[in-house]
Design a protein around this ligand. Structure first.
Ligand code: HEM
Length: 569
């Protein structure tokens, strides 16, 4: 036998000749072929073959477990407890039939006063509850989902952040593009991030923003006024577009204390990214196949490219801020970026040492706040203006109250905003009827129990907020009507169950931007109504759709008329 290195090389040369001869290889010659191969080489070959076989078996096992065994096991566990659901197609689950049903529903006309739009917003609920009753499950891609509509059980889920984690379905691309952030993190990581941002959203701090927000609103409404004058006293506007200009400015101030060219660049890139992604999630069933989002399709490449551009621009904004703080020997500032940079340094604020964020965390959180901050609020305010235009009697009530509380010059501060009871009732009713985040999703991280139901680890739980907000058992026979009066004596009197009204969720993970969103909404509604009369344009096509948010598909075209000086400021 040759010493090891020589034996190895000899074995290699012999094996190459075996491989070369493979095409003329006959079973009978197998022994002949291996004659003379060194023992070292034989051992190496056997070891490598065993290792490869083990890796392949492990991969196959985990793929079979993920794609076949786990979904089937979860299904069986739920079936044994009396839950039922449709058969599913591997990879895409029940998505194709949901999309097909939804397409049919979306092709039907719907009137503005018809709030019975569950089949457009949450087609899976209508489709499967009709066939299987309330205890149904379905597959969203690979994930097995059940719906929880009972407010007490919803409360249990939202309070138990240990057993129920935030979950994007495994196949969704948003988390891959935006990265891990406050919106999607869990456990200690989430708690640390939440602690960094919470101070910026305290109502006392937001009070200081009133003037900045009011300035943004007034400068945009001045443009409206010019347009109305040019149009001979009446003008058609797409309010969704108009309001999003204001809310973008506000979130830019919250994040970066300004709305300069670079900030606007981030916004445009993120908006485009979000629109492509929204289109993929809502129209392309293949998007739900695991791994699809990393294929080099045109849209996937566009999204990755945009996400990289956003990171690059944010990096430049951070570099400028760093340089300024260093040159002026000042802190990083008290906007959200300032808080994040302070936290990157692990600085001590008061008695608390803030957690250290990484640069990637800062990129991701900037993207999350941009996306979470502008589109949600602008969409909500857009629906509010539509309903005020559709129900002129409520528009008059609100305007009268605004003028009484704020005086002819419409001077506003947070205490005045709190006195606007009618405006508050109207906003609540819009939250109820046009719940812009119509569902929340959690995943069970442990085997646990929810009411009488055993919840196996890995099961997805969907909270259909929209359905809860429209349920006649909770809201009475007029649940499908626009009636802000139901909130006259507060939420507890409007709904059978206090947990039946959750537009901002509740528990530890309630919306961090709730105060900001409500402040902006009241300021914008008050300023708009004090200067303009709104009515629905005949060009408006009512087409509410669930596109990540409950959105007016074709914008909201309203007729805007300048009010005479006696009624306006
Ligand atoms: C009308 C406007 C808004 C509505 C209806 C709304 C609604 C919600 C809801 C329902 C959640 C919980 C989602 C879940 O648990 O699955 C949430 C979370 C969140 N929202 Fe909002 N939101 C609005 C505005 C905003 C604004 C203006 C910001 C930021 C400036 C914001 C930032 C966030 C963040 C970061 C979270 C995650 C909080 C956490 O998990 O700790 N939202 N929002």
């Amino acid at each position: 036998m040759l010493p090891y290195p020589l034996g190895f090389w000899q074995g290699l040369v012999q094996t190459m000749s075996i491989v070369r001869n493979l095409n003329t290889f006959k079973m009978g010659t197998i022994v002949e072929l291996f004659q003379g191969v060194s023992i070292w080489w034989m051992l190496a070959l056997v070891t490598i073959s065993i290792l490869i076989t083990m890796v392949v078996c492990h991969k196959v096992h985990s793929l079979v477990t993920k794609f076949w065994w786990t979904p089937l096991k979860l299904r069986k566990t739920m079936e044994q407890q009396g839950w039922k659901g449709p058969k599913f197609c591997i990879f895409v689950g029940n998505i194709p039939e949901v999309f097909k049903f939804r397409k049919g529903e979306l092709s039907k006309d719907v009137g503005i006063r018809n709030f019975d739009i569950m089949s457009r917003v949450h087609p899976q609920y209508i489709l499967f509850s009709k066939k299987y009753g309330n205890k149904f499950f379905y597959n969203m891609g690979l994930d097995l989902v059940i719906m929880v509509t009972n407010p007490n059980l919803v409360k249990e889920i939202l309070l138990d952040v240990g057993n129920y984690h935030k979950a994007r379905p495994s196949t969704f691309g948003l988390s891959k593009l935006v990265g891990k952030s406050l919106l999607s993190m869990n456990g200690e990581e989430w708690a640390n991030h939440r602690q960094v941002f919470a101070p910026a959203f305290r109502i006392e701090l937001l009070k200081g923003l009133v003037n900045k927000i009011t300035k943004s609103i007034i400068s945009r409404l001045d443009i409206w006024e010019e347009k109305v004058q040019d149009g001979g006293g009446l003008m058609e506007l797409d309010v969704h577009h108009e309001i999003s200009i204001i809310t973008t400015e506000v979130i830019s101030h919250m994040l970066f204390s300004n709305n300069d060219e670079k900030t606007q660049q981030v916004f445009i890139q993120l908006k485009t990214l979000f629109e492509i992604l929204r289109d993929q999630v809502t129209t392309n069933p293949f998007f739900y196949i695991p791994g699809y989002s990393i294929l080099p399709t045109t849209n996937n490449r566009k999204m990755v490219n945009l996400a990289q551009q956003v990171d690059k621009t944010i990096k430049q904004i951070i570099q400028i801020r760093h340089a300024q703080a260093k040159a002026n020997k000042t802190s990083y500032g008290d906007d959200l970026l300032g808080l994040m940079l302070t936290s990157m340094d692990g600085e001590k604020v008061g008695d608390v040492i803030k957690c250290q964020l990484s640069i990637q965390d800062v990129f991701n959180e900037c993207k999350t706040f941009f996306l979470g901050g502008f589109e949600t609020t602008s969409t909500f305010i857009t629906w509010t203006t539509l309903l005020l235009a559709e129900y002129p009697e409520w528009q008059d009530h609100a305007r009268k109250e605004i003028l009484e509380v704020c005086g002819p010059n419409i001077e506003m501060d947070t205490s005045k905003l709190n006195q606007m009871k009618n405006v508050g009732m109207i906003l609540n009713e819009v939250h109820r009827l046009f719940t812009i985040l119509p569902r929340m999703i959690r995943v069970a991280t442990n085997d646990t129990k929810l009411g009488d139901t055993f919840v196996p680890k890995g099961l997805m739980l969907e909270i259909p907020t929209f359905q809860i907000h429209h349920n006649p058992t909770l809201w009475g026979e007029d649940a499908m009507e626009f009636n802000p009066n139901r909130f006259a004596k507060g939420v507890s009197k409007a709904c059978q169950d206090p947990q039946g009204f959750i537009p901002f969720s509740f528990g530890p993970r309630y919306c961090i931007g709730q105060n900001l969103a409500m402040l902006q909404s009241k300021l914008i509604v008050a300023k708009v109504l004090s200067r303009f009369q709104l009515s629905v344009s005949p060009n408006y096509i009512h087409n509410p759709q669930y596109l990540a948010l409950l959105t007016p598909k074709f914008g909201v075209q309203l007729h805007v008329k300048k009010l005479p000086p006696s009624t306006s400021s």
